[in-house]
Design a protein around this ligand. Structure first.
Ligand code: RRO
Length: 314
């Protein structure tokens, strides 16, 4: 009853990992394949392998986690070469920090994997690079980026399904600006994943009076339970703005079945689990699925479509 067919791809259930969580190397990806998740998302990849930040780059709190990982990844070829090798759908997450890198990465997919339908989540919201304005917050640049990318991809036969991983938006004007951009690319953008970690959080250790994260003066991306209200608001807003035109993937603060239920109620078709996966490992999927099924059973819902996007307002 949690089965989803999206873009003609069968997901046995609606749960995925969030990019960046337990999906960086072969052992992580194999564990996800062996878990009860409905699909796998890769770590966001750049052209070349990056070590990222190596000390005090991740910290768990009671309310979630903060990170300044710095995009540690094994380079695009590693993740793209895994296409077709898992027993469940596999989404490749790609960094959008440099336009020409994105071309090269997409080229590598079209040159090597045109027999497979490949979902690509373009990460326009990495919160931890001091030197880059996130594309997700620079709507003019985002529009140009998508315009050039869509022209580029149209020239090559491909089976790529493009989606964007978005940052959290906090103001109505931001949703309107995003809507203006995405409307110009309906058909090219097929799904939106919302939300990435919120930028510029700060957690301190009052005993030692220091930051708990080392890079970037301690400022870092915030995820987990504390961002759930923002994630729900973003899913709901995007669902109301785009309806059936675009698939929404929810991400942010899912630690149990009720959280997943709420994401779907706001409009999510799939749900990504991040912080909880980091804390509990792949066994969390089995638990969250069981809890979600229980919630649905109690409410008399059989399929996700029975309640997806049906949040009532007072
Ligand atoms: O690697 C990271 O520091 C990172 C990335 Br690319 C991202 O998209 N979100 C995040 O919280 N951390």
């Amino acid at each position: 009853m949690l089965f989803q067919n999206l873009f003609n791809i069968d997901f046995n259930n609606c749960l995925l990992n969030a990019s960046g969580c337990c999906c960086s190397n072969l052992s992580d990806l194999t564990d996800l394949d062996n878990s009860e998740s409905g699909g796998i998302v890769s770590k966001t990849c750049s052209i070349d392998c990056l070590e990222g930040n190596t000390a005090h780059q991740y910290f768990n709190t009671n309310l979630g986690a903060i990170n300044s990982m710095g995009l540690p990844n094994l380079g695009h070829k590693f993740y793209i070469d895994k296409i077709g090798s898992f027993s469940k759908p596999y989404i490749v997450s790609v960094a959008a920090n440099y336009l020409y890198d994105s071309f090269e990465i997409l080229d590598y997919i079209t040159d090597n994997h045109n027999d497979n339908v490949v979902m690509v989540e373009i990460n326009v919201s990495c919160p931890v690079f001091e030197c880059h304005q996130q594309l997700g917050y620079d709507f003019n640049k985002l529009n140009s980026f998508l315009f050039i990318l869509s022209i580029y991809l149209k020239k090559k036969p491909n089976n790529i399904i493009i989606g964007l991983k978005l940052p959290p938006y906090l103001y109505p004007t931001q949703f309107n600006m995003l809507k203006n951009v995405v409307d110009k690319h309906i058909g090219f953008i097929r799904f939106l994943t919302t939300i990435n970690s919120g930028g510029n959080g700060l957690v301190i250790d009052y005993k030692t009076e220091t930051t708990v994260i080392k890079p970037n003066n301690g400022l870092c991306g915030i995820g987990g339970q504390c961002v759930k209200p923002i994630a729900l608001a973003n899913i709901w807003q995007l669902y109301r703005l785009f309806g059936d035109q675009i698939v929404i993937i929810g991400c942010g603060g899912i630690s149990n079945g009720i959280d997943a239920f709420e994401h779907i109620l706001c409009g999510a078709s799939l749900c990504q689990v991040g912080n909880t996966l980091n804390k509990e490992g792949g066994v969390c999927f089995e638990r969250i699925i069981r809890e979600l099924k229980n919630v649905m059973r109690e409410k008399g819902y059989y399929h996700i479509s029975d309640f997806q996007g049906k949040l009532k307002t007072l």
